[in-house]
Write a protein of this length. Structure first.
Length: 433
């Protein structure tokens, strides 16, 4: 259907399309900070260089106002532009390929009639040879993407199928949570493979597994459906508080989903069996946690890292390492503290972290930044303690590691003014494994 065929007063359809844009998180990549919605220009780091998102407001000159529905559908699901050139997979079309015609139709009507046109040129991508040769992407698409639409599984309930659809198609959760192969494609785009959502790394930051079924001993498999719902709606639960690039996903997307949709996602994730590796510690040791708690309480024979912890962190995260449910996240047994790569943990210590404001949890809790206060050696001692205290089991961090991470950090999220977190180049594509 072409632009002219849709009736602008089709307000129910526009509303539906707006909701689908939320489930697809189009805002996170196509808007910079407080700029006009969908005016584009967000720089996304990729292995080839920085790729800028485009203006997808309905302006006919600078945006997509002259796209027919077919052209829009081809851009979103196949990564092919109106002029026939190929989009970089920084736009998650390999996942959107699974979106239904119905959803694409509502999305199109919303973008044409529910979004304000913005007559501004977005910053343009300017990669060096050979990555500026867009035709190369055609071969990548042919090899690695399958344009199969989502197929519900007959043996699953409607709720689980709905969750699977949201996760695999619009939600594109796998674009960050599924490991990538050497040529950058996700190792799986659906749950027919046990690599799907099995966890990986994003710019040195641990992206946990979302496979929530299992014996409850590793990461998210110990979370209940309600724990997952709380996290997706508010960015916090009894086990964790969100940091890193997941913050924008919660802020712009999952916190706006209906209760039924978020629950469907959680129920679906609970059907995926967790992967256990030979070296995984099968159970978190409460004895080991208690031992560290006792040591910190007695405050004798402390290591350098333990001293830094007592002076700077214990007021909020407590000597127990258990934090306070839904307010201060625990440090004992968490994915972030037990990730092989210390970048996420060290980044949070240096830069602080701000929880997103969401409809269900409007208070903006923040962890202060310590980068100005602690030197590289102090941060290294502290991170080493956190990674090995309370039953955590990771290797030491050196001052040289901290120095390297510090040099690459954006300005702190916390001392900057609220909202700035949206404007930084937080949304980047993944490193290959
Ligand atoms: C992870 C980041 C990301 C998300 C999420 C995302 N996009 Fe994109 N999108 C991009 C980038 C980057 C480009 C430009 C790619 C290029 O230049 O090759 C793009 C390009 C496009 C284009 C092509 C525009 C043109 O100039 O032809 C359309 C249409 C589009 N996106 C629509 C959407 C819609 C609709 C959604 C939500 C369902 C969405 N995008 C979500 C990153 C994203
Ligand atoms: C832009 C990348 C990105 C996308 C897209 C993304 N995530 Fe995440 N997600 C992350 C990162 C990074 C973390 C780790 C956050 C932290 O360390 O605090 C995370 C953490 C999580 C966690 C917490 C797991 C744990 O063990 O702590 C859940 C649950 C989650 N994501 C669900 C989802 C779902 C559902 C989707 C799709 C709707 C999704 N994510 C899409 C990057 C992403
Ligand atoms: C004023 C209270 C406060 C102090 C002091 C504090 N934190 Fe936090 N911390 C928080 C809050 C609130 C969060 C949740 C914010 C977020 O996730 O965006 C948090 C989050 C974290 C996280 C992320 C947890 C996860 O699994 O995502 C880590 C790690 C952390 N703090 C470590 C520390 C360390 C180490 C110190 C001492 C240098 C410290 N905190 C001092 C309040 C505090």
């Amino acid at each position: 259907m072409a632009f002219a065929d849709t009736t602008p007063d089709d307000s129910a359809l526009i509303k539906q399309g707006e909701y689908i844009a939320r489930t697809g998180d189009c805002m996170a990549c196509h808007t910079v900070g407080n700029n006009k919605p969908y005016s584009g220009g967000l720089g996304i780091k990729s292995p080839f260089g920085i790729i800028y998102s485009t203006n997808i407001s309905p302006d006919p000159k600078f945006g997509i106002g002259d796209y027919t529905e077919k052209e829009f559908a081809d851009a979103v699901r196949k990564g092919v532009r109106k002029d026939g050139s190929y989009l970089y997979p920084a736009m998650p079309y390999p996942s959107y390929a699974k979106m239904t015609d119905q959803d694409i139709h509502a999305l199109y009507v919303y973008f044409m009639h529910g979004v304000q046109p913005v007559a501004e040129q977005a910053k343009q991508t300017d990669l060096s040879f050979p990555f500026n040769q867009r035709w190369g992407i055609m071969f990548w698409d042919k090899l690695f993407t399958d344009d199969g639409a989502f197929k519900p599984t007959a043996s699953r309930s409607d709720e689980i199928n709905r969750g699977a659809y949201l996760v695999q198609a619009a939600g594109h959760c796998g674009s960050c949570h599924t490991p990538r192969a050497i040529s950058m494609q996700e190792k799986a785009y659906d749950d027919s493979s046990d690599q799907y959502l099995a966890g990986t790394e994003l710019n040195g930051w641990n992206v946990p597994s979302l496979r929530a079924g299992g014996d409850g001993s590793k990461g998210i498999d110990g979370w209940s459906v309600q724990d997952i719902v709380d996290y997706l709606q508010t960015g916090r639960n009894v086990h964790a508080a969100v940091g890193g690039e997941m913050t924008a996903v919660i802020q712009h997307s999952t916190s706006h989903m209906t209760d039924a949709d978020v629950k469907a996602i959680a129920e679906y994730l609970k059907t995926l069996p967790q992967q256990y590796a030979a070296g995984d510690s099968k159970s978190f040791s409460e004895d080991a946690r208690k031992k560290t708690e006792d040591q910190l309480t007695q405050a004798t024979n402390l290591t350098a890292g333990q001293r830094v912890y007592l002076d700077n962190c214990a007021a909020c995260h407590f000597v127990s390492g258990k934090g306070a449910p839904n307010v201060f996240p625990p440090l004992a047994g968490t994915a972030l503290a037990n990730s092989a790569n210390p970048t996420g943990l060290v980044s949070i210590i240096l830069n602080g972290s701000r929880l997103p404001t969401t409809p269900k949890a409007p208070t903006q809790l923040a962890m202060p930044d310590f980068g100005w206060r602690l030197n590289d050696q102090q941060v290294a001692d502290l991170a080493t303690f956190i990674r090995s205290g309370w039953g955590n089991s990771q290797t030491a961090v050196s001052a040289a590691d901290v120095k390297k991470i510090r040099a690459q950090l954006p300005p702190p999220a916390v001392t900057s003014k609220p909202g700035d977190l949206d404007g930084v180049e937080h949304y980047s594509s993944q490193k290959s494994q």
